[in-house]
Design a protein around this ligand. Structure first.
Ligand code: HEM
Ligand code: NAG
Ligand code: NAG
Length: 328
C-alpha cells in the first residue's frame, strides 16, 4: 500500500483541482452543521417571489456579480464603509440602480443565524439562492458545492473592470469570462440566464436609437418588427422603464432565449452578438441550446458550478459574516 497508493491519489487530487478550479467545496458541507440551510433559503425565496415576479432573476444575478469580482466571496453584498476602506460594489456602474434582491438575502442570513449561528457564509447563501431561484423559475436543479468563506473587502473599481457591459464586443466578453477560466461554452450557457428578468431602457437606448453613435440609427441585427416594439417601449431619450429580456416567456427559465436569438430578438447587444457574429464558435452553441432545452439545462448547471468555484476562500481564509452587509 503506502506510497504506491498515495502518489496516484495525490496526482488525482491535483488533476481534479486543476479541472474543477477548487476541490475544497462539497455539496455536504453543511449537512451536519446546518442541514436545513437550503430548505430555509428556498422557503424565504418562494415567499418573497409571490410579491415580486422578478425576484428569482434578481437573486440569481447576485451570485454572478459576486463571483466575477475577485471571486465568490460575498463582496457584492457589502455596503460601502469608507471608514473601513470598503468601497461598495453596489455603487459600480453595472450595479447601481440595477442590482437588487438584497433584502431576501438578509432575511435568509437572519434566519440561518438563528438556527446555526456563525456557520453559513454569505457567499454560500448566494450560491444556494441562485440554484433555488433557477429551479423555482422552472430551470434545472444541481448539487450546489459549498464551503466558501466571506471576504473582508470589496472593490467598486474592480467590479467596473470585471463585469461585462451590454455593448462589449464578443472578444471582450470572451476575455472577461476567460480570466475566470470560463470558456465560450460557459459564456453562451450562462448568458441563457437572460431567459428571465428585465433590462432598463437606458441600457439599450443606443442600440435602438443611436447605434455606433449614429443618431437615429439602430442595430441592424434586430428583427424589424421587434425593433418597432422595443422602440415603442423605450422611446428615444427615455432611460427609465424596463423591457423583458425574454419577450417569449419573460418569467420562466427555459431555452426560449436561444430561439429569440435565432429570430434576431435578442434584447441586449451582448445577447444578439452571440448569434449574429457570423463564423464565431458561439453560433453553433446557440443553435444547440435552442434545439434542446435538456442540453441547455445540463450545460447551464455545469457552468454555474464552474462559476461558483471562481477564486473561493476556504479553510481559515476570510470569515463567516454575521451580517452580509458588513464585515465582522
Ligand atoms: C455575457 C455578458 C452579460 C452582460 C453584458 C449582461 C448585462 C446585463 C444587463 C445590462 C442587465 C440589465 C440590468 C438593468 O437594466 O438594470 C442584465 C440583467 C440580468 N442579467 Fe445579465 N449580463 C451578462 C451575463 C449574465 C450572466 C452570466 C448571468 C447569470 C448567470 C446574468 C443574469 C442576469 C439576470 C438574471 C438579469 C435580470 C435581472 C433583473 O431582472 O433584475 N447575466 N444583464
Ligand atoms: C430542520 O427542519 C425540520 C423540519 O422543518 C425540523 O424538524 C428540524 O428540527 C430542523 N433541523 C435543524 C437542525 O434545525
Ligand atoms: C449618440 O452617440 C454619440 C457617441 O456615443 C454621442 O456623442 C451622442 O451624444 C449620442 N446622441 C444622442 C442623441 O444621444
Amino acid at each position: 500500500m503506502g506510497l504506491s497508493n498515495t502518489i496516484p491519489s495525490l496526482l488525482l487530487s491535483i488533476w481534479l483541482f486543476g479541472v474543477l478550479g477548487n476541490a475544497h467545496l462539497t455539496a455536504e458541507f453543511y449537512s451536519k452543521t446546518c442541514p436545513n440551510a437550503t430548505v430555509i433559503a428556498r422557503g424565504l425565496i418562494t415567499r418573497a417571489s409571490r410579491s415580486d415576479v422578478r425576484l428569482t432573476a434578481k437573486v440569481m444575478r447576485l451570485h454572478f456579480h459576486d463571483c466575477f469580482v475577485n471571486g465568490c466571496d460575498g463582496s457584492v453584498l457589502l455596503d460601502a464603509a469608507p471608514a473601513d476602506g470598503v468601497e461598495g460594489e453596489k455603487e459600480a456602474f453595472q450595479n447601481f440602480n440595477s442590482l437588487d434582491g438584497f433584502k431576501v438575502i438578509d432575511d435568509i442570513k437572519t434566519a440561518l443565524e438563528k438556527v446555526c449561528p456563525g456557520v453559513v457564509s454569505c457567499a454560500d447563501i448566494l450560491a444556494i439562492a441562485a440554484e433555488v431561484s433557477v429551479s423555482l423559475a422552472g430551470g434545472p436543479s444541481w448539487d450546489v458545492l459549498l464551503g466558501r468563506r466571506d471576504g473582508r473587502t470589496a472593490s467598486r473599481s474592480d467590479a467596473e473592470a470585471a463585469l461585462p457591459l451590454g455593448p462589449d464586443s464578443l472578444e471582450i466578453l470572451t476575455s472577461k469570462f476567460s480570466v475566470h477560466n470560463l470558456d465560450t461554452t460557459d459564456l453562451v450557457a450562462l448568458s441563457g440566464a437572460h431567459t428571465f428578468g428585465r433590462v432598463q431602457c437606458g441600457v439599450i437606448t443606443n442600440r435602438l436609437h443611436n447605434f455606433s453613435g449614429n443618431n437615429g440609427q439602430s442595430d441592424p441585427s434586430i428583427e424589424p418588427k421587434f425593433l418597432q416594439t422595443l422602440r415603442r417601449k423605450c422611446p428615444q431619450g427615455i432611460q427609465t422603464g424596463r423591457v423583458n429580456l425574454d419577450p417569449k416567456s419573460p418569467d420562466s427559465f427555459d431555452n426560449d432565449y436561444y430561439k429569440n436569438l435565432q429570430n434576431h430578438r435578442g434584447v441586449i447587444d451582448s445577447d444578439q452578438i452571440l448569434y449574429s457574429s457570423t463564423g464565431a464558435p458561439t453560433v453553433s452553441l446557440v443553435n444547440r441550446y435552442a434545439k434542446s432545452q435538456r442540453n441547455f439545462f445540463r450545460a447551464f448547471a455545469r457552468s454555474m458550478i464552474k462559476m461558483g468555484n471562481v477564486r473561493v476562500l476556504t479553510g481559515s481564509d476570510g470569515e463567516i459574516r454575521r451580517d452580509c452587509r458588513r464585515v465582522n
